[in-house]
Design a protein around this ligand. Structure first.
Ligand SMILES: Cc1cc2nc3c(=O)[nH]c(=O)nc-3n(C[C@H](O)[C@H](O)[C@H](O)COP(=O)(O)O)c2cc1C
Length: 302
């Protein structure tokens, strides 16, 4: 069963719960801004992502608050079009959450939440010293996502996209591995989900998926394999990402090498169904990312 929902049939905040509950984990922009008088503000926004890299472009979106007013971050970037977008890791989550409280305008959340303000190089708002990565940005556009309203009252839940160009980045040495690449294990990022839930990108939550240059595609997987009750969608995805099927010679050489002898005997003498045994073996091989061996195993019965 599927729940099919037209947003127009719900209150905006009801539909919002479905979106934030399903669209995630969302990265968090911990935005440092100043007002025209130079007063500093620091607040998290998970309506955030990278939208381009030439020029390097980040977008985040403060919504109108529940009283129908613009949030301080938005007011600040309207006054001073500069923002540092600081990245949030697990070690920062509770203090970041504290900074999201509705403090009065002009209250400095660096102080309230106990973060270190480090002067930026190209812009006036300071960056967060504890962040593994901080991006100094110039605000290029502020785009409303709702009809313009008169006065200073806006429909709650409506908002603005703040389109930012990165002009300087600060990346903590601790996030790099020996080869100079950014190591996600060292970053320990968090993401926002629905309700009060967060996700932490560490340990088993991190995994790699090799990106296919060109795969044979799902549709080219022989039917008995494609409809296997043993192989999952992820298994078939790996098989479909393989560039070319092994040749007939390779398939017979694989059998002649003896690697499947044990399975073939098990089928013969243990009265087991050989294709099922081969599918289980292929599944194991796929889990070890031995995709060619998996194909060579599966194609023995074709
Ligand atoms: C992890 C996290 C993510 C948030 N994401 C958003 C967001 O994307 N948009 C938004 O309007 N408020 C978001 N909030 C709430 C704001 O941080 C909160 O309203 C804050 O008080 C705004 O501060 P400001 O008025 O100083 O700008 C988020 C809060 C947390 C804790």
């Amino acid at each position: 069963m599927t729940r099919t929902i037209n947003p127009a049939d719900l209150q905006p905040n009801e539909f919002y719960r479905y979106m934030i509950g399903t669209i995630g984990p969302r990265p968090i922009a911990f935005a440092s801004t100043i007002d025209a008088a130079g007063q500093v503000n620091l607040s998290p926004f998970s309506f955030f992502n990278i939208f381009g890299y030439n020029p390097p472009t980040l977008v985040f979106a403060p919504s109108i608050n529940r009283h129908g007013h613009k949030k301080h971050t938005l007011l600040n970037v309207e006054e001073v079009g500069e923002v540092v977008i600081n990245i949030v890791n697990y070690a920062m989550v509770e203090q970041m959450s504290l900074a999201s409280a509705e403090f009065e305008r002009g209250i400095n959340e660096f102080e309230k939440a106990g973060f270190t303000a480090i002067p930026s190089e190209r812009i006036r708002p300071p960056r967060v010293g504890e962040s593994p990565a901080s991006f100094e940005c110039i605000v290029r556009q502020i785009i409303p996502t709702h009809e313009q309203s008169t006065g200073d009252f806006y429909p709650p839940g409506s908002g603005y996209l703040i389109v930012c160009e990165v002009v300087m980045a600060h990346l903590n040495d601790a996030i790099f591995n020996e080869t100079g690449a950014i190591d996600p294990h060292r970053l320990d990022l968090i993401g926002r989900m629905g309700g009060d839930w967060y996700a932490r990108a560490h340990g088993d939550a991190l995994f790699e998926v090799a990106r296919p240059k060109i795969g044979i595609g799902f549709d080219q997987i022989p039917e008995p394999i494609r409809t296997s009750s043993i192989l999952t969608g992820n298994d078939l995805g790996k098989l479909g990402s393989f560039a070319t099927l092994p040749t007939i010679d390779e398939i017979s050489e694989f059998k002649a090498s003896g690697v499947l002898d044990e399975l073939i005997e098990e089928a013969q003498f243990g009265c087991q169904y050989l294709p099922d045994l081969l599918h289980f073996r292929a599944k194991q091989l796929l889990a070890e990312n031995k995709v060619k061996e998996a194909w060579l195993t599966l194609l023995q019965t074709q």
